[in-house]
Design a protein. Structure first.
Length: 261
């Protein structure tokens, strides 16, 4: 199962929010000399005792980490999200949405090919203005087509990444809950790659929970499974016409008869 044609492994890291925690220092009260609204303390009033700081060795300590047997779960997270019913429906809906534009691009490409053929078939005696006009039209159409295709690809990719990112955020908690409920202590994503190398070089297939997470997500999702795609129409090939092979009788030379005596 490989779903990386639809997404990048870095997509998860880019979509998972990272919360920044800022701790503000408490505001100190103003001193009597700085605030005219606060009267100065009487001379006979005893000064407040200075705050006593606890020694550094008496500061509260965090509990030490506990070593426990590791039970590692392996998941192809992006593939799992794409294999859910919701992920399949996402791809199907986007494909249907952009089918008319793809058909338009194919039509415009065919028209360009036809113009290029016309230019190629122009006789050498054709007027220069006719040739120049055809070259200019081909160039303008080609540039517009390339620009439109580039805009289309950017738009489709952006829409897919946004929709798939929302799906990933929904599948993540299901994967974590499955790992916790089944006693796993670590979950590693084999789909996340760094510098072209997978983060996990080998694992026992029995620890792969990808399919189980897909099943658990589908069980809780209202999206039904997508129907299988209709088989592509196949045209029956015509029998090849063969030219009957003719054999030529080899030419034989007749030996001359001996002269009669």
């Amino acid at each position: 199962m490989n779903y990386k044609s639809l997404l990048l492994a870095a997509l998860v890291a880019g979509l998972l929010p990272v919360a920044a925690i800022a701790q503000a220092a408490p505001e100190l009260p103003a001193s009597p000399s700085q605030s005219p609204m606060v009267p100065a303390p009487a001379a006979s009033a005893p000064a407040p005792p200075a705050a006593v700081q606890a020694p550094a060795d008496q500061a509260p300590k965090l509990p030490p980490p506990v070593a426990m047997p590791a039970k590692i779960a392996i998941i192809e997270f992006e593939d799992a999200a794409g294999a859910t019913n919701e992920g399949q429906k996402l791809v199907t809906d986007l494909r249907k949405k952009y089918e008319p534009r793809e058909a338009e691009f194919k039509t415009r490409g065919a028209e360009l090919d036809s113009l290029r053929k016309q230019l190629k078939d122009l006789p050498a005696t054709a007027p220069d203005d006719q040739r120049s006009k055809l070259i200019k039209e081909i160039d303008q159409r080609d540039k517009r087509l390339q620009s439109d295709v580039s805009d289309y690809q950017s738009e489709a990719q952006k829409e897919f990444q946004e929709a798939f990112g929302k799906l990933i955020q929904k599948v993540g908690p299901v994967a974590i809950k499955y790992a916790q409920d089944n006693g796993f202590t670590i979950m590693m994503n084999v789909g996340a790659e760094q510098q072209g190398l997978p983060t996990v070089l080998w694992f026992n297939q029995s620890t792969d929970i990808t399919a189980a997470v897909v099943e658990a997500y589908n069980a809780a999702s209202p999206v039904a499974a997508q129907p299988p795609p209709a088989p592509a129409a196949t045209t029956r090939p015509k029998p090849a016409t063969t030219t009957p092979h003719t054999t030529t009788t080899p030419h034989t030379t007749t030996a001359p008869k001996p002269p009669s005596q």
